[in-house]
Design a binder for this molecule. Sequence first.
Ligand SMILES: Cc1ncc(COP(=O)(O)O)c(C=O)c1O
Length: 459
Amino acid sequence: MTGDDEREKMALQTMGTALGKNSGAQKDSGAERDEGAQRDGGNDRVQAVDQRADVGGEKRGEKRGEKRRERGFGTRCVHAGEGHNPYGAHATPIYQTSSFSFDSSEEAEALFSGRKSGYVYVRAPPGTPTHSAFTEKLVSLEGGEAGISFSSGMAAEAAVILSHLQQGDHLLSTDVIYGGTFGLFSAVLPRYGIQVSYADTSDLEAVRSGLMENTRMVFLETPANPTMSISDIGEISSMAREAGAVTVVDNTFASPCFQRPLELGADAVVESCTKYIGGHSDLLGGAVVGSASLIRGVRRMAVSFGGTMGTFEAWLALRGLKTLHLRMERHASNALALARFLESRPEVREVRYPGLPSHPQHHLARRQMSGFGGMLSFDLSGGREAARKLMNAVELSTLAVSLGSVDTLIEHPASMTHASIPAEVRERIGISPGMVRISAGIEDPEDLIQDLEQGLERI
Ligand SMILES: Cc1ncc(COP(=O)(O)O)c(C=O)c1O
């Protein structure tokens, strides 16, 4: 093992990723707390953390020899990853520092050589204990082994792609993707000799014929932004594996609450934490979660390219995750209520929501998701002009891009989020001029319906 490899391995351990062990049970790992505490120096502080770890979480039951089932998703939203402070602060503090000091030159040498794990400099994951808490919580929720948080979803995508692909490799992507991802694939990757092609990944035959000799990565966005089409993560991951490629899933629309691609067979998950994970439209962030070995490569990218998450953002995202399960339930029930309402309206030609039996992959969505999410889109018969009037007429929904916020957002993909995609490509993949996208918030559903109703009456 080289010094670099050794250092990365140690860093991953400090990231609380517990190489090879089930992340769901990470919450009270005494070893991880020890490491955090050791970096804070002082034996009494280490002892205090040890004692707290003994009386809380998993250890109590283990002492009595009880076998515990894995904690539920909601419990992990609240508790996983917490405890990265030696003083007993109830909420994980914001460790607002750019670097960490060392007790001695010997300690510094041990940290830099990789013989000891710990916090060194915030750009190098694990960053700070605040980052550790957030990343461990997310890793637990996604069911992965390790993860790294980034300054945006795009930074996370770029890191996982560039860490795995090199000149001459081919990436096969879902044809319906977020406009920013399309920009990365069409304008950036080809400049570095990475070939990109697109397939309708809701059709397994199209995926099969899209795989090439040099395909090293399949990139899926499911549900896809903004058409809500669904790709079969399990089937595609095994097809990709046979072809020698890894599968990366953009899980932003579903969030780990409703879809866990790693459990379905994918190799890595990317999230724009700006959306449901933060949940309140007040932060920009991203994350990659996957196996420890894959994340080792992503860490190298994070250190070299920068773009890791800021500490305050990590704290906001950590707080957001604590209520993810509750928010997602309301986002989803509101989205279903809006989808049903819109289906009943004469102004609407088609509604795209995976929870509706009319959705072309409704059965697949039922199989691989535990909820249908808070996103929907619909086509107005009146086209672009009707979409323009509706967006100007709504009073409660916020006219804005992004998604996954507590308030309902409305936008026009063709002229906003997906404007960078050429018109003929948009038309081919189903982003029509009359399409409107809604991110259902957590308001009272009657108010949202009433607002859309008065808007539709004015188009
Ligand atoms: C599905 C999806 N993936 C990735 C991104 C990029 O995330 P960020 O804006 O945090 O870079 C977005 C942004 O809207 C998105 O909708």
